[in-house]
Design a protein around this ligand. Structure first.
Ligand SMILES: [Zn+2]
Length: 115
């Protein structure tokens, strides 16, 4: 999928209006439309990168912004004290449905083991 057609790129550019739970210069957070926990946020970099298999050391600043935004969003969502899960799905076998890197923040209930 090209960056021009990508749903998250179109959200990042403002072409598709979306309610942002939080944002910083390099990333934004939205609520997952199919939440699997009481709190289920997607932390999305503005920059198009298909998935975590393509990350390199040059993506350090973007990743730092992604995790900093996740930390702030976790506090804002009220799940930081009890804890939450941060997860990247990578590719089809992991259930990745939109080919634009995004970090899942899940919390608000006890979470089972990963997998
Ligand atoms: Zn994209």
């Amino acid at each position: 999928m090209t960056a021009e057609m990508c749903l998250f790129c179109r959200m990042a550019s403002g072409e598709i209006p979306v309610e942002r739970f939080a944002a910083n210069d390099l990333a934004f957070a939205i609520r997952d439309i199919h939440p699997r926990a009481p709190v289920h946020l997607l932390i999305i970099p503005n920059q198009h990168i298909a998935d975590a298999r393509l990350l390199t050391a040059a993506d350090g600043a973007m990743l730092a912004a992604l995790f900093a935004l996740a930390a702030g969003a976790g506090r804002a969502a009220g799940v930081d004290e009890r804890g939450y899960r941060l997860a990247f799905n990578v590719g089809e076998a992991a259930g990745m449905t939109i080919d634009h890197l995004h970090l899942h923040l899940l919390g608000g209930r006890p979470l089972g083991p990963e997998g």
